[in-house]
Design a protein around this ligand. Structure first.
Ligand code: FAD
Ligand code: DHB
Length: 396
């Protein structure tokens, strides 16, 4: 079989790219190693920038998001036992973010693809990429024990951090930049109302905490934990007690609690692979970069890559011009490094760093408190936070 664009991975990057190409009349096949249920079962991002919302609208999958998503005009920072509101809208000329889970975005994109009948192969085994340095790339895979070869013009590597696309590039052709943080995030989902209408990011001597939500009756909560911790070490009782200890007494007092129905630990890393194009292979989303989750940028960066890549592929077919494809990596990386910087900064500002070299331990905590105190009293500093949080503009 043959298609125009072979897409590896059915996470948000792959599904969104497939949808935008399909709308432009460009044939594509998505190959995903997991099942649809497995993909939908992964609990991840919850905050969409305005530009990601716009892109989902453009892709024709925004209806349910506008009905069920929560528009947030501010966030709260908590430190030294006090809450401070950052008025995102006032600081950015009216911009906001949308609280709508990655699971829901994925479901909407899957539904759209099913409606169009565009091909997607779940549980594709041993996906392998060939010939992308020439003009006739192919992708081989096995489905239900049968070997298949898919011929294509282009391959989009949308297969996440542990995917096969980046790993297929010769080591000499790629540079990788990485920083691993000395802690993780323990996250839970619970069907209780949020303690506040807006997200609370807390800096506390016991460690970072984040009160987020999925709806008016479902919360997503995180506490900084040790990398040695296992999910089994964290009973619901221990989780709620730890979260409360990191909030101011009034908020802790009012915090609705209940049984969790999802609990997982995520490591934190900053990672960028350069470049993002190798002949006719293009990387997008987590396949090319990872941010620590503190700035809520991961899914949004994936959408931004897909925006640039889809426009470049459409230009390639419609105008017979490769200008967009030739410029894809440079343009995407310029925006990615700014989001990497913001996510690294917000992570550094909000977490407890174990004592060691640099601004860690007690000194580090004092420095953070001083920076936060400066931040919430400086219009300039708050504006910088706000314009990054709602999302930086695109280069056209
Ligand atoms: P993925 O979602 O990883 O999808 C890649 C797909 O490729 C997967 O389905 C995988 O099964 C498939 N695949 C892998 N290998 C192969 C193979 N060999 N063959 C075929 N298919 C393969 N981002 C935000 O913007 N805001 C947030 O609030 C936020 N919070 C987060 C919280 C947590 C706890 C975590 C873990 C992440 C968070 N993120 C957040 C990041 C966000 O979830 C990711 O950036 C996003 O999932 C990237 O999408 P993707 O499609 O590029 O990659
Ligand atoms: C969520 C995750 C984040 O990393 C963040 O900064 C805000 C919200 C969430 O899962 O809801």
């Amino acid at each position: 079989t043959r298609t125009q664009v072979a897409i590896i991975g059915a996470g948000p990057s792959g599904l969104l790219l497939g949808q935008l190409l399909h709308q432009a009349g460009i044939d594509n096949v998505i190959l995903e190693q997991r099942s649809a249920d497995y993909v939908l079962g992964r609990v991840r991002a919850g905050v969409l920038e305005q530009v990601s919302v716009d892109l989902l609208d453009e892709a024709g999958v925004g209806a349910r998001m506008h009905r069920e998503g929560l528009v947030h005009h501010g966030i709260e920072l908590m430190f030294s036992g006090e809450r401070h509101r950052i008025d995102l809208a006032a600081l950015t000329g009216g911009k906001s973010v949308m609280v709508y889970g990655q699971t829901e975005v994925t479901r909407d994109l899957m539904d759209a693809r099913r409606e169009h009948g565009a091909p997607i192969v779940y549980e594709a085994e041993d996906v392998a990429l060939h010939g992308f340095d020439g003009h006739a790339p192919t992708v081989t895979f096995r489905k239900d024990g049968v070997e298949h070869t898919l011929a294509c013009d282009h391959i989009a590597g949308c297969d996440g951090f542990h995917g096969v696309a980046r790993a297929s590039v010769p080591v000499g052709a790629i540079r990788q930049f990485e920083r691993v943080y000395p802690f993780g995030w323990l996250g839970i989902l619970a069907d209780v109302p949020p303690v506040s209408d807006e997200l609370i990011y807390a800096n506390h001597a016991r460690g970072f905490a984040l009160c987020s939500m999925r709806s008016a009756s479902r919360v997503r909560l995180y506490v900084q934990c040790s990398l040695q911790d296992k999910v089994e070490d964290w009973s619901d009782e221990r989780f709620w007690a730890e979260l409360k200890s990191r909030l101011d007494p009034a908020t802790a007092e009012r915090l609705p609690t209940g049984p969790s129905f999802e609990k997982s630990i995520a490591p934190l890393r900053s990672f960028v692979a350069e470049p993002m194009r190798f002949g006719r292979l293009y990387l997008a989303g987590d396949a090319a970069h990872i941010v620590p989750p503190t700035g809520a940028k991961g899914l949004n960066l994936a959408a931004a890559d897909v925006r640039y890549l889809s426009r470049a592929l459409i230009e390639h077919y419609a105008d017979k011009s490769d200008a967009g494809l030739d410029d894809y990596s440079r343009k995407a990386l310029r925006r990615i490094w700014k989001a990497e910087r913001f996510s690294w900064w917000m992570t550094s500002l909000m977490h407890r760093f174990p004592a060691g070299p640099g601004d860690t331990g007690e000194v580090g905590h004092r420095m953070q408190t001083a920076e936060l105190d400066y931040l919430v009293h400086s219009q300039a500093a708050m504006t910088s936070l706000a314009e990054n949080y709602v999302g930086l503009p695109f280069e056209e």
